[in-house]
Write a protein that binds this ligand. Structure first.
Ligand SMILES: NC(=O)CC[C@H](N)C(=O)O
Length: 409
């Protein structure tokens, strides 16, 4: 068992755009950070959350009161670094304890320069964000909190820095987190051995991809060519894909012009397509539907979603602040370009708030979900969607595409 003990910490403040201030202790790196403040209701999975590139430019509040208990290990990162802009916790573990832990979370945050705050009332903060919606915020500690004479800087000054931070609405961020160069994740056989002949080849456009996504495809015998967000249709076609995948990622889908054009090029060629989260929003926009910003989003690991093609309810992992605006009931004609993409159904819906959680084209080999079948963190109820993608690639469209949902839950 590995155990690590937390470091001593000085004062820190969290300042919200609307003027609300929380006072606590510095956690992780000391200094200043600004971003959009959002809350995550997962009781587990902080390491996967921190390393999920979709959280780029966001300060994450964990509603679970104890964070850091199992330290940090070498297996659970979802990318090569921590992406959150800041981290807010109630009660950090004073001692990390797990057989897999190699370091404690406080030091890991400090080492990666991630400014955090602890010892604040995260329940009051979350209730505030639920009432008012997500907004910009800043965490200030150390020199960023103290004025020249050593006394704390006035809140108005800190708030002005928060108000100068860029907003999430309109932000095109995939290019800031995507891989710079293409790479291949090899197909695996049943015993984890490399397959000489993959079952299928997928071109996966990395808009902020989590490691468990190509892994989930590779485990089904798929060879995955991960491409940068700047990929062109020729680069996609050069991989000889049986299917194209668009990943999760940070930012506002309405700003992703290049990716939406690329996706239309894919749809025009009737190449089987699957998208997750940002990929779902981009499919929505490519088909001509709108997207909008939710008041406080869905971030956690226990969101109930109904697969309306089977009537089954699954418990799912979410991280989204935007959503697709498509008609919930029955088929609609995709609005883009006079309806040339044919009919679409909302295949999945969130049972908490009726937000669109999946789209299926009926006349094209294309579908997507707003939540995370790759889990990490979260339950694996939705892993069947990778099999659905494989079926779509192997059987072709539109035979594998779901039919119109029978009921609207
Ligand atoms: N995880 C994601 O792909 C997030 C998509 C988008 N940035 C949102 O916040 O809704």
């Amino acid at each position: 068992m590995t155990e690590q003990t937390a470091r001593a910490a000085g004062p820190a403040v969290l300042v919200l755009e609307d003027g609300r201030v929380f006072t606590g202790r510095a956690y992780g790196a000391t200094g200043r950070t600004v971003g959009e403040i959002v809350f995550n209701t997962g009781m587990t999975g902080y390491q996967e959350t921190l390393t999920d590139p979709s959280y780029h430019r966001q300060i994450v509040v964990m509603t679970a009161p104890h964070v850091g208990n199992t330290g940090v290990n070498d297996e659970d990162d979802e990318s090569t670094r921590i992406w959150v802009a800041g981290f807010v916790v109630r009660d950090p573990a004073r001692r990390a304890s797990s057989w897999r832990s190699t370091r404690d979370l406080d030091s890991e945050l400090a080492e990666q320069g991630v400014v955090g705050i602890s010892a604040i009332d995260t329940r009051a903060l979350t209730r505030h964000l639920r009432e008012r919606g997500v907004m910009r915020a800043g965490i200030f500690s150390g020199d960023a909190l103290a004025g020249r004479d050593g006394s704390a800087r006035p809140v108005a000054e800190l708030r002005a820095e928060v108000e100068a931070a860029p907003r999430m609405a309109g932000a095109d961020l995939a290019g800031e987190v995507s891989t710079g160069t293409a790479y291949v994740v090899p197909a695996l056989g049943p015993d984890g051995e490399r397959l000489a002949t993959p079952v299928a080849t997928v071109a996966a456009v990395d808009l902020g991809i989590k490691s468990n996504t190509p892994r989930s495809l590779a485990q089904r015998g798929v060879e995955v060519h991960v491409l940068p967000a700047t990929a062109t249709i020729d680069e996609v076609l050069a991989t000889g894909p049986d299917g194209v995948f668009f990943s999760n990622g940070p930012g506002d889908p309405s700003a992703a012009t290049h990716e939406i054009d690329l996706l239309r090029d894919v749809l025009d060629r009737r190449i089987p397509f699957f998208g997750i989260c940002y990929g779902n929003q981009l499919l929505g926009r490519a088909l001509g539907y709108g997207t909008y910003k939710l008041a406080y989003g869905h971030r956690g690991v226990n969101q109930p979603v109904m697969d309306r093609t089977t009537g089954k309810v699954e418990i799912t992992a979410h991280n989204h602040g935007f959503a697709v605006d498509a008609p919930l009931d029955g088929e609609s004609v995709a609005p883009h370009d006079g309806g040339r993409y044919g009919r679409v159904v909302v295949s999945h819906v969130d049972l908490n708030d009726d937000v669109v959680e999946g789209l299926s084209a009926l006349d094209l080999p294309a579908f997507s979900v707003q939540y995370h079948p790759e889990a990490a963190a979260g339950p694996h109820d939705a892993a069947y969607l990778f099999d659905r993608f494989l079926d779509l690639m192997q059987q072709g469209a539109p035979s594998a595409a779901p039919t119109t949902p029978k009921d609207a839950h």
